[in-house]
Design a protein around this ligand. Structure first.
Ligand code: FO1
Length: 310
């Protein structure tokens, strides 16, 4: 069994690579739920849905979120009634949110209704919300706190961020399914999702970080930090909030004690010494993933590298 920790669009591509190269029913994906939102009375879990649509082969190819070929008639209707429609929900996507909202209202857990959705989409992997409890990423810009989707979608992640909080995380509990996925993992992979917006919320759920730290299995991270772009982009600015530089070596320092190895881009090979000094192994390879073949290759190299660390 392989267990991956994953956010939305960026990380789900590598999760797809892992899914494609592994035998069926041998991948668990623990997914961030701190960017969930309630909109028009519906519970929306963007990262869970992005992972499910990606593994289910129906994700919108260009954007990475939403469903390929979806239409937006319901959204136009909501616009007619004067509702805010900056968060673009397609018609088929809407069915997912209606199903989830109804199931939660009937007392089902997020874990159980996600399992139902994934199985109906034909997915032979476990897609696991990090917790069934409510956690919400909030970001401080100037003197205003924004909800995650207000920052990310409405403001197009263009504002400078002074602080990040995962509201509710201290009281959240990891699900049994998440703890079992970590316990039974032969390899644990922190995929190349945004560390601050996607991976840290998962690690902040009390018990998850400790379970990974205590795992005897090899644990590896795939770095999303590549060359100069990670230093100048918004992901870099967020990374600086953690007190670490926006580089793969900075990420290795952030994940210290949690990982045995890191996969970084060949462009950043010169950071190898700094990372190895932290007693973290390094695989330098081409981590830019444009095609399914790239994702399969990085996934396969990551698993091979992790197994070599045992
Ligand atoms: N991202 C956007 O940039 N604009 C949108 O209108 C938008 C709508 C949306 C609807 C459903 C869904 O599951 C995801 C959606 N996303 C949208 C993506 C999402 O907000 C982000 O990619 C993740 O939350 C970040 O990981």
């Amino acid at each position: 069994m392989i267990t991956a920790l994953c956010g939305g669009v960026g990380g789900s591509k590598l999760a797809l690579g892992l899914y494609r190269i592994l035998p069926p029913d041998s991948l668990h994906v623990i997914v961030n739920t701190a960017d969930d939102l309630e909109l028009w009375g519906l519970r929306i879990s963007p990262d869970l849905d992005t992972v499910a649509y990606t593994l289910g082969g129906i994700a919108q190819q260009e954007l990475g979120w939403g469903i390929e070929g979806d239409t937006f008639h319901a959204l136009r209707g909501l616009e007619t009634y004067g509702l805010d429609t900056w968060f673009r929900v397609g018609d088929r996507d809407l069915a997912t949110h209606i199903y989830r909202t109804d199931a939660l209202k009937r007392g089902e857990s997020l874990t159980s209704c996600t399992a139902h959705l994934a199985s109906r989409l034909g997915i032979r992997a476990d897609v696991l919300p990090m917790t069934d409890d409510a956690v919400a990423t909030r970001l401080l810009t100037g003197d205003r706190w924004l909800d995650f989707q207000e920052y990310f979608v409405r403001e197009r992640h263009a504002l400078s961020i002074d602080d990040v909080r995962y509201v509710g995380v201290e009281a959240a509990r990891p699900t049994d399914a998440v703890l079992e996925a970590i316990r039974s993992a032969e390899v644990i992979v922190l995929v190349n999702s945004n560390p601050v917006l996607s991976i840290l919320p998962i690690l902040s759920v009390p018990g998850i970080r400790e379970a990974i730290e205590g795992s005897p299995s090899p644990r590896v991270a795939v770095s999303p930090m590549i060359g100069a772009s990670s230093v100048t982009g918004p992901a870099g600015a967020l990374m600086r909030l953690t007190g670490h530089p926006p580089t793969s070596a900075g990420l290795a320092a952030l994940y210290r004690n949690l990982i045995d190895g890191i996969v970084l881009d060949s462009q950043d090979e010169r950071q190898r010494g700094e990372v190895e000094a932290m007693r973290i192994g390094v695989l330098a390879t081409n981590t830019i993933m444009r095609t399914d073949a790239d994702r399969d290759r990085v996934a396969a190299e990551t698993i091979r590298f992790a197994r070599s660390l045992r």
